[in-house]
Each structure stands twice: as C-alpha cells, then as structure tokens.
Design a protein around this ligand. Sequence first.
Ligand code: 5RP
Length: 273
Amino acid sequence: MDWGLQNRLARFVKPGSGHTVMLAADHGYFMGPTRRLESPRATLAPLLPYADAIAVTRGVLRTSIPPTSDVPIVLRVSGGVSVLKEDLSDEAVTTSIEEALRLNVSAVALSVFVGAPHEHQSLVALGELVDAGEAYGMPVMAITAVGKELEKRDARYLSLACRVSAELGAHCVKTYYCEGFDKVVEGCPVPLVVAGGPKLDSDRAVLELCHGALAAGAIGVDMGRNIWQSDRPVAMIKAIRAIVHEKASVREAMDVLDGEKGRAPAPRRAAAA
Ligand code: 5RP
C-alpha cells in the first residue's frame, strides 16, 4: 500500500489500538434534516473531541466543521437520490477526488447497493473511485447500503456485499452488525467498521452491538443516530470509546455512560498516544 494512503488511514485507525470510533453524520444527503442533526454544527461540536474521524458530506464539512479542527474527515462522495424515492440505489459519485484532496480529507466513502436495481452502477462507481483514490493515495470506504430494506441485514447478505466491495478494491468497508457477524468478518479481507442503524431501544443495546462487533473482529464503528440521537451523546461516545479502544466490557461501558465509576476515556488525541 502506498505511503500516503497508509498515512491517511492511520489518521483515523489509531495505531495504538488498531481501532477507530468514527462519528457518522452524513445522513442529510438523502434523508434531509434528520432528527437531532437539524443543525449539524450544534450537534457535532461537543462530539468532535471524541471522534477518531467524522463522516460527512462536503456541504456539512464546509458549513459545520471549523477548518481549524484537527478531526480527520471521511468524505461521503456518493449521492443523487432522496428518501422520497422508493429505490435509493440510484446513486453516483457526486464529489470529485480533486475536491476531496482540496478538502484535505483522510478517506472518501460511497454506498454500494448489492442486489438492488442499480447494483451495477454502484459497483462500477466503487471500482472507478478506487482507481482514482489509488492515484492520489486516498483510501476508499465502501458502505454496504440496504436502502429501505433493513431486513437485508443478515450475515449471508452482508458477507456477500462486503466481499464484493473488498474484491473491487475498497480499502475498508462499513456494514451492519448482525447475528453471525464473525462470518462477515471472516469473508472480508479488508477492515470492517459497523454502522449503528436506526436508534435502538436502549443504551445497553447500543453498547452490546459495539461490543459484539469488536469481539467478532470489526476494527471499530462508524455510528451516527445511536450517538447523536441519544439523550446523552457525549457520554455515549465516551462509552463506545471505552469498548473500542480500551476493551471495556458492556458493563464497564455502562458505568462510563452512567458516570458511576468515572472510567472516562480520554478524548481522541490522548487516546491515540
Ligand atoms: C448514511 C450512512 C451512515 O453513515 C451510516 O448508516 C451510519 O450511521 P447510523 O449509525 O446512524 O446508521 O451511511 O447513509
């Protein structure tokens, strides 16, 4: 792997733990002003010190993240369809690699829609983005999107989608956690991070998801709604950091969340040391 590409990856996959806590806030590109992300700047500001990277579009980056911030950026570069359409798979690359370089981001990300009506165009777009990324040392993250078919989130489907993404050259893959997630990890030769999906019923369920994903071999999370739609988002991201970077159990992470035992993980910069 090229030095520049490795260096960009190492900005957010922390060399100390080999893990990452990415904060996903790219929902608006097809969902509009999602609950509690109506004002991205206000939602994200208190969370930035605890994120190893933030996943956003260029619009949110320009308007809502100070250019003086040192948080690594994973730039979403696919889009072209909104939640008003039944078929969400009709995406293309909407942001060029030159723009990603100008914005000094650490990786670019696009959705792939395996098995969906526009499977072909999303997979070809992934291959082309990898070619462009490799030319400039820019890592590419494939996101195994399921559109509105949330029931697709099982090990059989996700194994297929992750493996296809890796075979086309993705440097890392974001997917969903599921029962039998170890099989998804086993079949995917590049690092995996997990999304959280829609808000879960309890805080414990969020932490169990993170713990299960890490135990099965994910290198971390790229999570949005279960952090910033939480009633205590900063405590939640700290609790997730404890699992991802400090091997905390679910119970220990619950203690961090509740502030009971004061096991408060250091913010991003210190955690990387
Ligand atoms: C939006 C995305 C999100 O980044 C991804 O789903 C993670 O966010 P969440 O944890 O809220 O599911 O790809 O298109």
